[in-house]
Write a new protein. Structure first.
Length: 763
């Protein structure tokens, strides 16, 4: 049956069906759109949750601030689509300091690192902090709510500011910027950033607590270690190093200085200084009070902390240290033990202000250092005193030893002088009588040998300080040393060069104070030192005389590059007859140096080590006004026959004097002792008395004093084997007119007696 065309009712049903299909299709499309939107929202929520979870995991996995905040900033920039982000941390005063940045262009990085923010001066930031909410500045260059200068330091188009709050306290802030684009985040992103900031607040608080605990632990560890190190530490230099090391563990020491205070000189001594991370080497240096804030700490006896070094110097009335003006942040604490300031410990920084905690820690370190430093100073003072005592004892022992040797040598010299006086006198008398050439040559040899022996005795007397009657005068040591160098030039230059040896003899230093002394004796001192140095440098070398002024006198050092001496040799080098030169050495050269210097009121010391040369140091006191000796007149010869009384316990000496004086026409009467001589003065007409000093029974002093009392106009002279040890004041007090030293030559005796007679006739 063929199909029938649809009727009206069928057409209506078909249209309705199509309408229902279209509605179903629209419902399906709407459902699909809703499902897609739901899926999108779900994906966004999942993404946001993943980001929050990522931040949460990062924040909970570490309490190290830098990695923690960098993870946070990475998620913030991904969430907001921003160009860069940074975290500013709040200090104790609520100021925001830059801590970490992410994708910050180099052109802006330097400026942002130094940019501090005061939220109270930024309306936008202050509002965000008050509401604990994220705020944005889509048009940053024209937004008056942003901190002044922020856009100038880091030019950008849009900005997001999220405060980080913990326990209702601002601990930091997240700042997100779009450099050249408009702000691209919506409410969802703002909510995510807000949630991230909340998580960061908890993490930062935990990190802060951890950092506080770690810092306190480090401080306690440093204090414990310092207390352990300094306990029993008695070396100041090691103590200073320990303080520096432990301060560096807990504080920035790129600009640190340690001063020790000298209360006697009122100066600070810089014993350690680290400047811009580099250790200074040309220390110690001294700084007078009134220069730098460290001196203000000494005056105040209290810590000083400032963020404006120059202004604080002005307030304290001290002169600023020029290089420190570039470091406005400064902290100084005194090192105090008991009532005294021992030193100052200082820190400086260009950007970071020092906190109360820094001051407290540094003060604790200074307190520990003070106890150890006081112990070290006491130990050093006691050690110095002990060393001085030991040196004084050694010097005393050596002096007493040398004095004993000197007294023994003086006695030997006296006896030798008596013997040599007979030999010299007899040789001279025989030379006048003998005509045979061979006999004359023999007598001349005997005479010269006796004179050479007398010279050796005189050198012994120099050591024993028996030649003290010659007056001192003002002497220029620089002239003396120059004369010695020039006089000895033929030996150390010409003669040495002929042997293929080269010496350098130099003089350093300048004019030193005048000293009182005898120029010829001081020349002998430095000639002996120069000769000794040359002998210590057989292959050549260098000798330097250095002159320096010293409080109350002058110092001359003779430093050579010779073979040096062993300690035992150096200790005995001034002993008479001690020599390391074998038969050719007399052992008297340096002994004479010691005797002359000691007689001049000075000291001579030696420092030497084998292979390192020797240093002889001569110290002489500054000259006081001294009388210049009057120029001597030509000795008078006898103008008339006279009677001379010779008093001496040595028969040979009396016989020689009797013949010497008798050969010139004098009538000589002799006596073996003082009482006999005085008896002769009572009974005989005596014109001159010539008496020995050292005699049994009555000494020459007593003889002279008795003659002066009984016969005031009778000239009395002393003749002695002790040399010219006799003091001028003592001679005058006993009425002694002249002195003849044994061994004597005939001419000297005749001239002295003739002078005495001429003076008596003139009066």
């Amino acid at each position: 049956m063929p199909p029938q065309p649809p009727g009206p009712s069928d057409r209506d049903d078909l249209a309705g069906l199509r309408a229902r299909v279209r509605r179903l299709e629209r419902d399906v499309a709407r459902v699909r759109r809703e499902k897609a939107e739901l899926a999108r929202q779900t994906a966004e929520k999942l993404d946001g949750m993943e980001r929050l979870l990522s931040v949460s995991r990062a924040l909970s996995s570490t309490i190290e601030l830098k990695p923690l905040l960098r993870t946070l900033l990475r998620q913030v920039t991904r969430t907001t689509g921003a160009d860069s982000a940074g975290v500013w941390l709040a200090d104790a005063a609520g100021q925001l300091e830059p801590f970490a940045g992410y994708h910050v262009p180099p052109v802006a990085l330097a400026g942002l690192r130094e940019f501090r923010i005061d939220p109270a001066r930024s309306p936008l930031y202050a509002d965000a902090i008050a509401r604990h909410a994220v705020v944005t500045a889509p048009d940053a260059p024209r937004d008056p709510g942003l901190p002044a200068g922020f856009v100038a330091v880091a030019p950008h188009q849009g900005q997001l500011f999220a405060p980080i709050i913990a326990n209702e306290r601002l601990v930091g802030a997240i700042i997100v910027v779009w450099w050249e684009r408009e702000l691209t985040c919506g409410q969802r992103e703002l909510a995510l950033v807000d949630a991230m900031a909340a998580q960061a607040g908890i993490a930062l608080e935990h990190a802060r607590l951890f950092e506080d605990d770690r810092r306190k632990l480090a401080e306690l560890s440093a204090l414990h270690e310092l207390s352990r190190v300094v306990t029993g530490q008695l070396d100041t230099a090691q103590l200073v190093e320990a303080v520096h090391r432990e301060v560096a563990r807990v504080l920035d020491v790129r600009n640190l200085a340690i001063f020790l205070y000298d209360s006697d000189r009122r100066e600070l001594e810089i014993v350690l200084r680290e400047w811009d991370g580099a250790r200074e080497r040309d220390l110690p240096r001294r700084r007078a009070l009134g220069v730098g804030l460290a001196t203000a700490v000494v005056t105040r006896r209290a810590s000083l902390r400032t963020a404006d070094y120059a202004a604080e110097c002005a307030r304290e009335g001290v002169v600023p240290v020029p290089e420190a003006l570039a470091l406005p942040h400064w902290l100084g604490v005194p090192i105090i033990a008991g009532e005294g300031v021992l030193g100052v410990l200082t820190l400086a920084d260009a950007a970071r202000p020092f906190t109360e905690a820094d001051e407290r820690l540094l003060s604790n370190i200074a307190s520990l250092a003070a106890l150890a430093l006081r112990s070290a100073r006491l130990y050093e003072e006691r050690s110095a005193t002990y060393r001085e005592l030991t040196l004084a004892q050694d010097r005393l022992v050596r002096t007493e030893k040398l004095r004993a040797l000197g007294e023994m040598a003086a006695g030997v010299a006296h006896d030798f002088n008596n013997l040599l006086a007979v030999i010299v006198g007899r040789a001279e008398l025989l030379l006048r009588r003998v005509q045979a050439p061979e006999t004359t040559r023999g007598l001349e040899t005997i005479h010269q040998a006796a004179l050479d022996g007398a010279q050796t005795v005189r050198r012994i007397q120099e050591f024993t300080r028996t030649r003290r009657t010659r007056p001192f005068r003002r002497v220029d040591l620089l002239d003396i040393v120059r004369e010695v160098v020039e006089m000895t030039r033929p030996r150390w230059k010409d003669e040495a060069q002929s042997r293929g040896v080269a010496y350098e003899v130099e003089i350093e230093g300048d004019v030193v104070p005048w000293v009182a002394g005898r120029p010829e004796e001081l020349r002998e001192v430095f000639t002996n030192l120069l000769t000794n140095a040359l002998e210590a440098m057989p292959a050549g070398g260098r000798l330097v005389f250095t002159l320096q002024a010293e409080r109350g006198g002058a110092v001359v050092t003779a430093r050579d590059t010779g073979i040096g001496m062993a300690p035992e040799t150096a200790r005995r080098v001034f002993e008479p007859f001690f020599t390391t030169k074998g038969p050719q050495g007399s052992g008297l050269g340096l002994a004479v140096v010691w005797g002359i210097v000691t007689r001049h009121g000075g000291t001579v010391e030696v420092e030497s080590r084998p292979g390192e040369g020797s240093v002889f140091t001569v110290r002489l006191p500054e000259s006081r006004p001294v009388s210049e000796p009057a120029s001597g007149s030509v000795p008078a010869r006898p103008t008339r026959p006279a009677r001379v009384l010779v008093v001496d316990d040595e028969v040979g000496v009396r016989a020689v004097l009797r013949e010497v004086l008798g050969s010139e026409g004098y009538t000589v009467i002799d006596a073996p002792d003082g009482p006999s001589g005085l008896a002769l003065c009572e009974t005989e007409a005596i014109d001159v008395v010539l008496s020995d000093v050292s005699m049994p029974g009555m000494s020459g002093w007593e003889m002279a004093e008795a003659c002066h009392a009984r016969f005031p106009h009778l000239p009395v002279g002393l003749i002695t084997g002790w040399g010219d040890r006799l003091d001028a004041v003592q001679l005058a007090r006993h009425g002694v007119r002249f002195v003849v030293a044994k061994p004597f030559e005939a001419a000297e005796v005749l001239h002295r007696v003739g002078d005495a007679l001429a003076a008596g006739e003139g009066s």
